[in-house]
Design a protein around this ligand. Structure first.
Ligand code: VGL
Ligand code: ZN
Length: 213
């Protein structure tokens, strides 16, 4: 018996219009998420979310490093992009988007709390040193298939999908439910290619509904 969960990645105010690290058309993911949430609810399937959740002195912040946002450096031995301050714990920017049907979300997994290392994936930090509660939770619920969408395609969605595949989950990515930072033009397309090469199946929302009723 297949147990499926919808994982909504970082659909937070700071990645949407007016946010500190706004992604172009980030808000457009909310409607896609809400349609999938509805689909999951009618089937009794689980909906979960991840949330970028940084202390205010997080090491990925350009302000902490005295660098310009969107330049790169090294954090704890790993190449790191310096980001504008974003998703600071307990601030409005870190909250899930107000129009997202949050009542349906059974669990929310926070990441990026350790100031010394960034965490794009909802499963592990970027050095794969520490793990969130996500895998344990999914195992407890016997979930073996994930539908993944959210923000940002070329960072947190990509690394969440790649880790999920490495952990043995069957992964469907809803492409129109994702938007990317696009530091370089084409980053989102390349991210989708990387996910597909690693074994993810890509669907538009329409294709997903056509195939799954
Ligand atoms: C993200 C950059 C920095 C994301 C999080 O959610 O994709 N991107 N922190
Ligand atoms: Zn972050």
């Amino acid at each position: 018996m297949a147990h499926r969960a919808l994982l909504l990645v970082d659909i937070q105010n700071d990645f949407c219009a007016g946010g500190a690290l706004a992604v172009a058309e980030g808000d457009a993911t909310v409607e896609v998420a809400n349609q999938l949430i509805k689909w999951c609810r009618t089937r009794g399937e689980i909906v979960i979310a991840s949330q970028d959740w940084h202390p205010q002195d997080h090491g990925s912040f350009a302000s902490v490093q005295g660098s310009e946002p969107f330049t790169t450096g090294v954090l704890d031995g790993l190449e790191q992009t310096w980001w504008p301050d974003h998703c600071v714990q307990h601030t409005p920017g870190a909250e899930l988007h107000p129009l997202l049907k949050k009542e349906a979300i059974s669990a929310c997994f926070q990441k990026g709390e350790n100031p010394l290392i960034d965490s794009y994936s909802a499963f592990f930090d970027n050095g794969h040193r520490q793990e969130t509660q996500l895998r344990t939770w999914l195992e407890h619920c016997h979930v073996n298939q994930l539908i993944i969408m959210g923000l940002a395609t070329d960072y947190c969605v990509k690394f969440t999908v790649l880790d999920a595949l490495k952990l043995g989950y069957q992964v469907a990515v809803i492409v129109d439910g994702c938007r990317g930072v696009e530091m370089q033009e084409g980053d989102s397309i390349r991210a989708f290619q990387d996910m597909a090469c690693a074994g993810a199946t890509l669907y538009t929302l329409e294709e997903w509904f056509e195939l799954h009723g």
